[in-house]
Design a protein around this ligand. Structure first.
Ligand SMILES: NC(=O)c1ccc[n+]([C@@H]2O[C@H](COP(=O)([O-])OP(=O)(O)OC[C@H]3O[C@@H](n4cnc5c(N)ncnc54)[C@H](OP(=O)(O)O)[C@@H]3O)[C@@H](O)[C@H]2O)c1
Length: 320
């Protein structure tokens, strides 16, 4: 098969488009022909400096396609079915094998490119808001990096749950694309101090919950934006900076900072079933997936470079 591979981590130009051996099916796995690869935020971080499963390495968490073959122990999926799949690596290829547990059937009529972009961002946002963030109707949420895929999912899910939703992004133009998703207030963090704006918008109360996929220099503004008993779901390192924070404001305000990692629970019944439900919500039109652009798989380097230019709002896809 063809794949976008690299031999060393680094800038987007580490990608080479090469012939590599087909992946091996295992008894609990499914082999799919990939039809759409959703480039996840973690894929760019992994390409930049993450672990490699081998040399060459095929990066990538999320891709959708059609099942070609199922392992001997797989009972609930069958060849010909369309699925969206998640794994620690291997999406940037014409074929991939994943555990059946992390493959979700795609509803009839759903565009495979939309399906490709659902499980990780929506599953993660749901964990940040509800499982770990304990969000309740009437509360106020700050979504840092609102124009990220996790942010786009979090804005919609928080709004559906009856929260007031505030989000940050690096420009007004990026924020404008979030308003139709249910955003109540946008903060252009290139121009305004986030915590000061939050205090102004909330009458000095602060927000009940922050979803922070950026960390680094952003995390202090998340801490400074919290209300009494406020919570932070820290879910990423999009800022690519060391996580050094002063947590002294947590204790006097009964506040909390919780790490969230979807991968640790994605194979549980709870999360597996929730992701299938979220796919259904998108199919029913109650949640939206934003697709920014598509590139051929052979142009993975250009697609990654475009994402790192921070012009995309919504997913950039690779099509084998
Ligand atoms: N823990 C988990 O289970 C889990 C699951 C999914 C994702 N994540 C993590 O969550 C983060 C977001 O993922 P995603 O897929 O939503 O990302 P994405 O769609 O690629 O968006 C990332 C956004 O982060 C913002 N950003 C801030 N500082 C940045 C920097 N120095 N370089 C690049 N972008 C920067 C940019 O928006 P602005 O320009 O508007 O600031 C960018 O659009 C990633 O770190 C990812 O690894 C974690």
């Amino acid at each position: 098969m063809k794949a976008a591979v690299y031999y060393e981590t680094g800038a987007p130009d580490v990608f080479k488009y090469e012939d590599v051996p087909d992946p091996h099916l295992f008894p609990q796995g499914v082999l799919i022909r990939v039809e759409a690869v959703s480039i996840e935020g973690g894929d760019t971080l992994n390409r930049g400096g993450g672990a490699m499963a081998g040399r060459p390495h095929i990066v990538g968490y999320q891709a959708a396609g059609t099942i070609l073959e199922v392992g001997s122990e797989v009972g609930d999926l069958k060849p010909g079915q369309r699925v969206v799949t998640v794994n620690a690596f291997g999406s940037h290829a014409e074929l991939r094998v994943v555990a059946a547990r992390t493959a979700w059937p795609v509803p009839d009529g759903m565009d495979i490119r939309i399906a490709a972009a659902i499980p990780v961002p929506f599953g993660t946002a749901h964990e940040c808001l509800f499982e770990f963030g304990r969000l309740k109707a009437g509360e106020t949420v700050l979504v840092q990096a609102g124009a990220s895929a996790v942010g786009i999912a979090a804005i919609q899910l928080a709004k559906q749950a009856g929260a007031t939703v505030i989000a940050t992004a690096s420009s007004e133009a990026r924020l404008a694309k979030l308003t139709p998703l249910g955003l109540d207030h946008g903060i252009d963090y290139a121009r305004a101090d986030v915590a000061q704006e939050i205090m102004r918008l909330t009458g000095n109360k602060g927000v009940d919950l922050v979803v922070d996929p950026v960390g680094g220099a952003t995390l202090p503004s998340s801490l400074a934006s919290l209300a009494y008993r406020g919570r932070i779901s820290l879910v990423g390192n999009a800022g690519r900076e060391p996580q050094k924070v002063d947590v002294s404001s947590l204790m006097p305000g009964n506040r909390s900072l919780t790490g969230v990692f979807l991968g640790a629970e994605i194979a549980t019944d709870r999360v597996h079933d929730n992701i299938q439900r979220l796919i259904g919500e998108v199919a029913a039109g109650r949640l939206s997936v934003l697709i920014d652009s598509t590139y051929p798989l052979s142009e993975a380097a250009a697609a990654h470079a475009y994402i790192e230019s921070r012009k995309a709002v919504g997913r950039v896809l690779l099509i084998p």
